[in-house]
Design a binder for this molecule. Structure first.
Ligand SMILES: *Cc1c(COP(=O)(O)O)cnc(C)c1O
Length: 466
């Protein structure tokens, strides 16, 4: 399989090349050049497979000859082992034809583990095979950082640096990163906001000398490997139903548009999906777009669903590329316009295509808390606020009550215990392996919000390990 960039200037890249990189050199995101299609018979057979084998069937065409079958299945079996996941994506019924797909049973209690637990060992294998080292640098508003650290800690060929905004993430999120204490992991508490962290990471990647000297790799959802791994659980959930009789629908709480985009790709691969519903908090750029066809930036608000406090959904560019018949020039023009003016509009024919599959709705903090309480009181299930936004969107926008609606549960309630306690009166308990989290020793480096301090810290640390 070859990979191309959404801006149209890069093509013929291999899976392993794009896996160990960031943005394409033309500023675009990587996508496969062609798409396999699974027919109904194949899908039915895939429904019988254990999770790692299902992942193997879906990923093989995308990986091509870059990894042997044996290597790929071994990595998948280790990634989705009982040691890493107490359960793998269980599907629970909450009411008549309404389901929750629980993606939070991994080491850091958010759905990001589902992809990251696969990506960490995969990076390490490919690097060892090539005799290379890589440096992962990422910014986090909470969940991505801990999932990446947990997946990459103690790996021989990887150094990982995570920047987070000092004093602006939850205690649990911070402890999950700062108490890992592995020698290849560095947590940077930046005196700034999440956007400052993100801007610094971008600036470091844009320094091409620095980037190639230290072999920088992106870990946020612009990395194709993450999206690919996320496609799998859409199949896993949908194939629990009789897809010969009816399709299924999904609802997904969304920030960077990474998770729900994986659902769109699952549909593209042949999975019968009727509706893909997007749930937003007050940062509703995507749900406004789904009403109007206009993507328009506003300021970022802080909400009780902090993992979705995002205005620019980077992964939307991949969707835009497919919508515009893989026309990289058109995508470049739209993205340029967006950067200059904070706004772009898509053509009405294209918008109709979008609305055939996608719908969405946004909810403020009060509505989100209300949904947490409702699910607790009526269905005796304690959900996290992000999951609540997804369920609220599903209930608001579902078209056909006969079609199963699967809401993605993206985090464990204990990760956002203050909001959950306020809504239900109960304090959700952390799972066993994290019970003593607050007692563990923290290690982090506090740095001022400027590029040279961060770069100096990276250079000093890396010159000691090389
Ligand atoms: C990251 C995250 C999201 C948003 O996922 P995207 O792929 O950015 O759309 C939603 N919920 C939780 C709990 C998250 O950690």
């Amino acid at each position: 399989m070859n990979y191309i960039s959404t801006r149209g200037h890069i093509s013929n890249k291999s899976f392993n090349e794009i896996l160990l990189s960031g943005l394409a050199p033309d500023g675009g995101l990587y996508l496969p050049a062609s798409w396999p299609h699974f027919n109904k018979d194949e899908l039915i057979r895939m429904g019988e497979l254990p999770y790692p084998d299902l992942a193997f069937s879906i990923m093989t065409p995308f990986v091509g000859n870059e990894l042997s079958d044996e290597v790929l299945i071994n990595i998948l079996q280790d990634a989705y082992s009982a040691e890493n996941f107490s359960e793998i994506a269980p599907l629970n019924r909450i009411s008549e034809s309404e389901y929750l797909l629980e993606l939070f049973h991994g080491p850091t209690l958010a759905f990001k583990d589902m992809a990251m637990q696969f990506l960490g060992p995969l990076f390490d294998y490919v690097l060892k095979d090539k005799g290379k080292r890589a440096t992962i640098i990422g910014a986090t508003s909470g969940d991505t950082g801990s999932a990446a650290i947990e997946a990459c800690k103690n790996r021989d060929n990887i150094d990982i640096f995570i920047l987070y905004p000092h004093g602006r993430i939850s205690d649990i999120q911070r402890y999950q990163m700062t108490t890992v204490n592995a020698k290849n992991v560095k947590c940077i508490a930046l005196d700034g906001t999440f956007d400052d962290c993100q801007d610094l990471v971008k600036a470091i990647f844009n320094d091409h000398n620095f980037s190639s000297k230290y072999n920088l790799v992106a870990i946020n959802s612009i990395n194709w490997g993450r999206i690919l791994a996320q496609i799998v659980y859409y199949f896993w959930a949908a194939l629990k139903f009789n897809i010969n009789e009816h399709p299924v629908s999904f609802s997904v709480p969304t920030g960077n548009f990474g998770n729900v985009l994986a659902g769109y790709f699952a549909k593209k691969l042949g999975l019968p999906i009727k509706q893909l519903i997007v749930g937003s908090n007050r940062n509703d750029i995507l749900t406004r777009f789904l009403r109007t066809g206009v993507m328009e930036l506003t300021e970022v608000y802080s909400t009780n669903t902090p993992s979705m406090d995002i205005q620019i959904s980077s992964n939307f560019e991949r969707f835009l590329y497919l919508l515009n018949e893989q026309n990289g020039r058109k995508v470049s023009a739209l993205m340029d316009q967006f950067r200059r003016t904070g706004k772009f509009t898509i053509e009405s024919e294209t918008f109709k295509e979008v609305r055939k599959v996608f719908d969405g709705d946004s909810f403020d903090d009060t509505e989100t808390s209300f949904m947490i309480r409702e699910i607790f009181e009526k269905h005796n299930n304690i959900i996290d606020p992000h999951t609540a936004v997804g369920i609220a969107a599903a209930r608001s926008k579902r078209e056909d009550i006969a079609i199963p609606m699967i809401s993605l549960a993206t985090a464990h309630a204990a990760k956002f215990s203050d909001t959950v306690k306020a809504a239900t009166g109960l304090i959700p308990e952390l799972p066993e392996h994290l019970r003593d989290l607050r007692k563990r020793k923290e290690t982090f480096t506090r740095l001022p919000n400027n590029l040279s301090s961060v770069k100096d810290f990276l250079t000093d640390t890396l010159s000691n390990t090389l």
